[in-house]
Design a binder for this molecule. Structure first.
Ligand SMILES: NC(=O)c1ccc[n+]([C@@H]2O[C@H](COP(=O)([O-])OP(=O)(O)OC[C@H]3O[C@@H](n4cnc5c(N)ncnc54)[C@H](OP(=O)(O)O)[C@@H]3O)[C@@H](O)[C@H]2O)c1
Length: 257
């Protein structure tokens, strides 16, 4: 008769891992939505490389998830982009999905535009728009190769309703997310011929460190759990990757071998 450990092992083997072999790079993978995405994607069998600025955060996630690949880097810094891209592409042997998730609020505490320092505005643009633009360019060749191999590469840019609504005091963040959203739409048009999709998504108001800094008085119990948002986003990734005509994710491993 099988004991509890045997049953758990059998369950793990039998567990459906629909994203097996999918190569995903996530910026901002040590907290909030990014960390939830790392966990959900690993759970579904994807190969994951994640980025964050603070080494201790990266090492903490790696202790919990040694199968992931952690990269210390700052997407707002031009000189960090190629080292991030080279490490991610090397660790994963290419990339199928890039999630530009790392974000800056700009001034903290939030401030009206008149009270926003130019440097804080620049930081929001550097982190939320220019960084994702640079990283996209740095991995574009690999995404195009993924498409040529019959996969369905995707760039997922994490936006916000502040990209659409002119919330007072959210100027630096809102303007940068609006730019990221529109950039995504143009990338999507331009990269369609390469077989690469670019989607910008608002994950909703989540109970995360970023939200706590932005809205310290918010009641966390009314906010979405980042794990719920991660499941929705992974559902989108799965939908795109399984579009008809492409190599199914399940068979990617075989295609690579
Ligand atoms: N939370 C919400 O309610 C909400 C609502 C709408 C949209 N969003 C969007 O959802 C995304 C995730 O937000 P979150 O709330 O999960 O944030 P979070 O909990 O603050 O996590 C941010 C992550 O990004 C990393 N990071 C920050 N700046 C970085 C940089 N320059 N380079 C590399 N990594 C960096 C952080 O680690 P280090 O500090 O170590 O770098 C951390 O891992 C963001 O794009 C945010 O704008 C959030």
């Amino acid at each position: 008769m099988a004991n509890k450990q045997d049953c758990e092992a059998l369950h793990a083997i039998g567990k459906k891992r629909p994203l097996r072999g999918l190569r995903v790079v996530i910026t901002g993978g040590t907290s909030g939505l990014g960390l939830a995405l790392v966990r959900e994607l690993l759970d579904q069998g994807a190969k994951v490389a994640f980025v964050a600025r603070r080494r201790e955060g990266v090492e903490q996630v790696l202790r919990e998830h040694p199968e992931a690949h952690g990269i210390v880097g700052d997407v707002s810094k031009k000189e960090d982009i190629y080292p991030i891209a080279i490490q991610a592409l090397g660790e994963l042997d290419g990339v199928d999905v890039l999630v530009n998730n790392a974000s800056s609020l700009g001034p903290v505490p939030l401030a009206s535009l008149a009270d926003t320092e130019c440097e804080d505005f620049e930081l929001a643009l550097a982190t939320n728009v220019v960084g994702p633009f640079r990283l996209t360019k740095a991995v574009l060749g690999s995404l195009a190769a993924s498409a040529r191999e019959g996969r369905r590469p995707l760039i997922l840019n994490i936006s916000s309703d502040a990209a659409i609504n002119p919330y007072p005091n959210w100027g630096a963040y809102g303007a940068s997310k609006a730019a990221l959203h529109h950039l995504s739409r143009i990338w999507d048009e331009e990269l369609a011929t390469e077989g690469i999709r670019v989607i910008s998504v608002d994950p909703g108001d989540m109970d995360t460190a970023l939200h706590a800094i932005a809205v310290p008085d918010a009641d966390p119990s009314v906010l979405k759990r980042p794990e719920a948002a991660a499941r929705e986003l992974v559902g989108m990734i799965t939908d795109v990757a399984s579009r008809p005509g492409g190599t199914s994710i399940e068979s990617m491993q075989e295609v690579k071998l």
